[in-house]
Design a protein around this ligand. Structure first.
Ligand SMILES: [Zn+2]
Length: 107
């Protein structure tokens, strides 16, 4: 079972206590954007086998959204961090690179 630690309240919660929110760090496009940009924002998602950055909500806890980095193949969790972060923390990136030497980045 997937377990994630909420970066706000510190509780390590099982997957059933959380709500998935899809891919993290999407660039949002709204009024004034092109049709292609808006379509990409609505529908285009990565689906990697390996390291993935996702949004999760601690639905049956503090209720806050946060980001998690995990491996989609093994369910190894590399870390969680607040949803307000525009990019993963440097120490988390270093941790992932140490665990997955061939990994090329989070973008
Ligand atoms: Zn929480």
């Amino acid at each position: 079972m997937l377990t994630l630690t909420c970066p706000y309240c510190g509780v390590t919660a099982e997957e059933t206590e959380l709500t998935p929110g899809g891919q993290a760090h999407l660039t949002r496009f709204g009024p004034g954007s092109s049709d292609a940009e808006f379509e990409g924002y609505l529908f285009a998602r990565t689906n990697p086998k390996g390291v993935h950055f996702e949004r999760w909500r601690h639905a049956y806890g503090c209720g806050k959204w946060f980001h998690a980095a995990r491996c989609t193949a093994t369910l190894e969790v590399f870390g969680t961090y607040p949803a307000q972060a525009v990019a993963p923390p440097d120490d988390l990136i270093a941790h992932i690179k140490a665990r997955r030497p061939g990994w090329e980045g989070w973008t």
